[in-house]
Design a protein around this ligand. Structure first.
Ligand SMILES: Cc1cc2nc3c(=O)[nH]c(=O)nc-3n(C[C@H](O)[C@H](O)[C@H](O)COP(=O)(O)OP(=O)(O)OC[C@H]3O[C@@H](n4cnc5c(N)ncnc54)[C@H](O)[C@@H]3O)c2cc1C
Length: 378
């Protein structure tokens, strides 16, 4: 057993961290205020191979392991969680197309997705079904050339911004086995979007409803087999959960690093505040919490990479642990900045806001416990 990162893994982490510091961090607040991420950013990330992190090399992807990919998200989140998390969603979709798409679809969509000339969104949630995702109602009716989709998807990251949407839709009434995954391309007839959601965090990412009214998708846009879409959607989420967990750890680490530096400068009662033992203990507790969550995350990623039978359980456990740890640490960092932590200029309040949603999406943390418990008692 070896807990050290290899030289190559350290290089991947450093490359992502340095890119973020130069190209993302200086603009993160402006993008948040504008409610959008400039599309020109994505091809620059793609030049580093981040447009298809775990798309196979034979298809032009980077072919990284899931563990390696968590390093990218941990490092990028030190600059902006919202940007890093959007990249995770794009990568989840690119992987689904690579894994299950027809050759025609891969030929047509993957090159531009890998260069990030186009970005991709994932559409599972509906207004009436979130945690109970298999209760979705969007329908995909067969017609001569493919499918006509009708229904509404809620909370879609990149809604009205992305170039294509992987839509989980019902091709029969057979519960989860009646769900198929179909790619709907921007500009399709009958595709429209709701208004921009006004959110607590992840504000630079546009979130909208995606509405389909007899929206056509050619037959080649079906991923894999009809009726298997829910399985593909859930498989995508195992890795997505690792990435979200990594985003929480990376951003919380950045908050902690800033807090240690701030405490050395800030004086109270005749000394810098890092000299109060009570506060030193809080720093130590945060360090212990973050380091242990990170180690657990990497173990879960290793389980997914090696196809361990309990990988899904470990991904769920890591998602819950890391997202809660990340939020607790970020909130404590805000507290240790006193009133300044509450000001946008110091960057900590943005981290607190951005991390909160990680306990809700990619499956809520209640659902993570449900998955864990089910594996324990079956
Ligand atoms: C900013 C943002 C971006 C998002 N991006 C996307 C996206 O790109 N694509 C996408 O498909 N979705 C996206 N989502 C949706 C997200 O995945 C859902 O919000 C999430 O799955 C929860 O569903 P819900 O909001 O309907 O809550 P509900 O399912 O209604 O849950 C409400 C509460 O009940 C709890 N609960 C529900 N069932 C159980 C149970 N069986 N046992 C115990 N507790 C339970 C939940 O944990 C929660 O606390 C996004 C959400 C947000 C906020």
């Amino acid at each position: 057993m070896d807990f050290a990162l290899t030289e190559e893994q350290s290089a991947i982490f450093d490359m992502a961290r340095d890119f973020g510091a130069e190209h993302i961090a200086p603009h993160a607040r402006t993008w948040e205020a504008e409610g959008t991420i400039p599309k020109a950013l994505w091809p620059k990330l793609a030049e580093l191979g981040f447009g298809g992190l775990y798309v196979s090399e034979e298809r032009g992807g980077t072919g990284l392991s899931r563990l390696d990919a968590t390093l990218v998200f941990e490092a990028l989140s030190q600059s902006c969680v919202s940007v890093a998390a959007f990249l995770s969603i794009h990568n989840m979709c690119a992987r689904m197309i690579d894994a299950y798409g027809t050759d025609a679809l891969k030929d047509r969509m993957l090159p531009k997705a890998l260069s990030m000339e186009t970005v991709l969104s994932y559409c599972l949630t509906e207004p009436g079904s979130g945690s109970d995702a298999a209760a979705l109602k969007t329908r995909a009716a067969r017609d001569n050339s493919g499918y006509l989709l009708t229904g509404t998807k809620a909370f879609i990251s990149g809604g009205g911004y992305s170039d294509a949407y992987i839509v989980m839709a019902r091709t029969s009434d057979d519960g989860p086995k009646g769900i198929s995954a179909i790619v709907v391309e921007d500009g399709a007839a009958g595709l429209s979007f709701g208004g921009l959601e006004d959110k607590m965090g992840w504000r630079s990412q546009p979130t909208r409803q995606v509405q389909m009214d007899d929206c056509p998708a050619p037959a080649e846009n079906l991923l894999g087999e009809e009726g298997q879409g829910f399985k593909y959607a859930m498989a995508g989420l195992d890795g997505g959960r690792l990435n979200i967990a990594a985003c929480s750890i990376g951003a919380a680490q950045s908050a902690l690093d800033q807090t240690v530096a701030y405490m050395a400068e800030r004086r109270a009662f005749g000394q810098s505040i890092d000299q109060f033992q009570g506060l030193q203990f809080r720093l130590a507790d945060m360090e212990i919490a973050l380091q242990s969550a990170r180690t657990f995350l990497r173990q879960a990623a290793w389980k997914l990479d090696t196809g361990a039978p309990d990988a899904t359980k470990f991904c769920a456990m890591a998602k819950k642990l890391c997202t809660e740890t990340g939020s607790t640490v970020a909130d404590q960092c805000l507290q240790l900045h006193g009133g300044y932590g509450y000001l946008a200029d110091y960057g900590i309040e943005k981290i607190v806001r951005d991390l909160r949603v990680h306990q809700i999406l990619e499956g809520t943390n209640e659902i993570m416990r449900l998955i864990t418990a089910r594996h324990m008692i079956q």
